[in-house]
Structures are given as structure tokens and as C-alpha cells.
Design a protein around this ligand. Structure first.
Ligand code: NAD
Length: 332
């Protein structure tokens, strides 16, 4: 399969995965920054280097494109990729606004053979895979509440990188979407409504224009509830908090520690596990390549990408309306 990669930040990792996969040929890589392009390009002798994403998106020999550009470019690059019949691996978020989401969905209706996946990596973390196994085995009993915290710990990145300079940046689309996807995947249930509040205290004196702290409450169709927060100003290192509450057990994961509770008795405190947060970051992309070539199920499907985006967009709408917003699913 012939492949192109746009954006060589995390996209460099995509390029490495393609270059190491004998089923793929890395035909071209693209970056707006010519120095970055040259320096990354040295690794891949036979790839064509370009600073114009259109060269990849309109190249009829390319089958699959990785989009790892700044968030504000994803929408237009996805549309052009769809128009030119390319499979798409897009870094999150898929897009930024409801109108873009609807347009992408409409364009895909005419191209049912196009496959899309996204790098929603939390599903690949060994500690979350263990939680998933326990949920599926009935260990937690009846699930009723989740909490997910995207604790960014990289405030400089919203103050002084492109995240603070593009015309719109959402900490929900850019961060909390990982927890939205994780909770949808763990629960296999449907989120129907969201209400959110936010603030911009941590970055008050910076050029960053949008809330850096957003908290959302979510309702599920089966009565479960959840709280998800994007905390981009936090004074602690980057990590993902997760709590799972069921009728038989509870799970709490904070920075580098996790505990499974199976009793209300304070004398029977559970063992605390410590670990380094690790993800098998390439698994999602590798499984997507296999899904195109072999027809297998990708780890993150098109409907997974759409479902997480639908919830994230409802949270953004609620942040403005300050009302409960229904999640508008676009079925794919
Ligand atoms: N899945 C994840 O966990 C994860 C982690 C980090 C970033 N991301 C996403 O990856 C994307 C890139 O983020 P990053 O951290 O790599 O940023 P980055 O600034 O480190 O790198 C982005 C690179 O893309 C290039 N670029 C941007 N727009 C371009 C365009 N239109 N055409 C060509 N090149 C372009 C820039 O010049 C830059 O070199 C973002 O959408 C971000 O949300 C995802």
C-alpha cells in the first residue's frame, strides 16, 4: 500500500511505522516547516518531500494518508483525502466544529469503501486493558459511574505552541476526547447528553484564548453517568485519571498508582499498584493497516471515531449554551 504522511511531529512516528512495515511504501512526507521536513526526510531516502499537503492528498498513486497536521487543518485535509479516494488515519480530533463534522459525514456517504481510524491510544494501555477484561468478566457487577481526567501537565504547549495560535482550540477535542473514547470502549454503552462548565484561570495572562479547564457531566442511555474533565493547567505531570464504579467493585487510577476496591470495610484496604503509564502507541495504526489489507477489525473503527467526536462536540455546545445538550450521532 502506498502511503503519505502530513505533519511530522507525532506524524514522524506514523512514518516510522509505515517505513518498518513491508506491506507499506512510504511514498511521500509533508511538513510546512522545510527544516523539519529535511531532517526527518533524511531517514527515508526514497520518499518525496513536500511542504504542500495537496501534493499527497491529490496524488492518485497514494492509497492511505496519515493526517498529523495542526487540528485546524484536519477538516480540509480529510475532505480532500475523501474526494481523492484515500483511506485516512487522522490524529485526534477528526475536526473542530459541528458543521465540519456533518460535512465529513456527508462526504463519506458517497464513498463507503474509504476507511478511517484515529490515534485514540488509551485503549492500548496495559492497565486499561486489564480494567476492560475485568468489566467484561463481570468483576465490577453493574456499572453505574465513570470519571475520566485528562491532566495535561504541559501548560507551555497551549501557551506557546500552535495550540495557542490557531483560531480555535478545544481542550475537550484535543485532550478529554481520549477519556471519552476510553469510557465508551470500556462501557460499550451510549452517551446521550452532556452538560459542561469551564474556566480560564491557569492561562489568564496568556495568548491562549479558550477555556483551559472544562468539566462535563454525561448521561448514558442505560442510566449510567460520568464526569470527564480536560485539565490543561494542572500543576502535575501529564497523566490520565480514571475511576470506574460498579455494584461489586471500584477502580481508582491517579498518577502512577491504581487500586481495585471490593469491600466497604476500611480495614480491608486493597493493594496499591504503581506503574509507569505506557501505551502501545503503534498498535492502533498497525491494526488499521491490517484492516485495509486483510479486512480485519481495526482497534479503532470509523464508528468509534465518530462516536467520540459526537460526544466531544456536545460538550463544546454545552460550554456555550450552559444547558444539557443531546449528543447527535451521525451513524457510520
Ligand atoms: N494521539 C495522540 O495522543 C496525540 C498526541 C500528540 C498530538 N496529537 C495530534 O497530532 C497533531 C499534531 O500535533 P503534534 O503534537 O505532532 O504537533 P507538533 O507541533 O509537534 O508537530 C506538528 C507538525 O505538523 C506540521 N504541520 C502542521 N500543519 C501542517 C500542514 N497543514 N501541512 C503540513 N505540515 C503541517 C508542523 O509544521 C509541525 O512540524 C495534532 O492534531 C494533535 O492533536 C495526537
Amino acid at each position: 500500500m502506498k502511503v503519505g504522511v502530513i505533519g511530522l511531529g507525532v506524524g514522524e512516528r506514523h512514518a516510522d511505522v509505515y517505513a518498518a512495515d513491508s506491506r507499506c511504501e512510504l511514498v511521500s512526507i509533508c511538513d510546512l516547516n522545510p527544516e523539519k521536513l529535511e531532517s526527518v526526510g533524511q531517514k527515508y531516502n526514497s520518499s518525496v518531500l513536500t511542504t504542500d499537503a495537496r501534493d499527497i492528498l491529490t496524488n492518485s498513486s497514494i492509497d492511505l494518508v496519515s493526517i498529523a497536521s495542526f487540528d485546524n487543518f484536519h477538516y480540509e485535509q480529510i475532505l480532500l483525502a475523501i474526494e481523492n479516494d484515500k483511506h485516512i488515519f487522522v490524529e485526534k480530533p477528526l475536526c473542530l466544529h459541528d458543521s465540519e463534522f456533518e460535512q465529513i459525514s456527508m462526504s463519506l456517504k458517497d464513498k463507503p469503501n474509504i476507511k478511517i481510524s484515529s490515534n485514540l491510544v488509551l485503549r492500548t494501555a496495559p492497565h486499561f486493558l486489564k480494567v476492560k477484561e475485568k468489566i467484561d468478566s463481570g468483576y465490577f457487577g453493574k456499572l453505574y459511574y465513570f470519571e475520566g481526567d485528562y491532566n495535561y501537565g504541559r501548560i507551555q504547549k497551549i501557551i506557546s505552541s500552535w495550540r495557542g495560535q490557531i483560531s480555535f482550540y478545544s481542550v475537550t477535542h484535543g485532550g478529554a476526547i481520549h477519556l471519552i473514547d476510553l469510557i465508551l470502549w470500556l462501557s460499550q454503552e451510549k452517551i446521550t447528553e452532556a452538560i459542561a462548565v469551564g474556566n480560564k484561570i491557569s492561562t489568564a495572562d496568556s495568548e491562549f484564548k479558550y477555556p483551559d479547564m472544562v468539566t462535563a457531566l454525561l448521561k448514558f442511555s442505560n442510566g449510567m453517568t460520568a464526569k470527564i474533565a480536560a485539565n490543561f493547567g494542572c500543576m502535575m505531570p501529564h497523566h490520565h485519571g480514571l475511576s470506574v464504579f460498579g455494584s461489586k467493585a471500584s477502580y481508582i487510577k491517579s498518577f502512577a498508582t491504581e487500586k481495585y476496591y471490593t469491600s466497604r470495610d476500611s480495614t480491608l484496604m486493597p493493594e496499591e499498584f504503581t506503574y509507569e503509564e505506557k501505551f502501545r502507541k503503534d498498535d492502533i495504526l498497525k491494526s488499521f493497516v491490517s484492516s485495509i489489507i486483510e479486512g480485519s477489525e481495526p482497534l479503532v473503527s470509523l464508528s468509534d471515531v465518530f462516536n467520540a467526536m459526537s460526544v466531544s462536540l456536545a460538550i463544546e455546545r454545552s460550554l456555550k449554551s450552559l444547558n444539557w445538550e443531546k449528543v447527535s450521532y451521525l451513524n457510520h
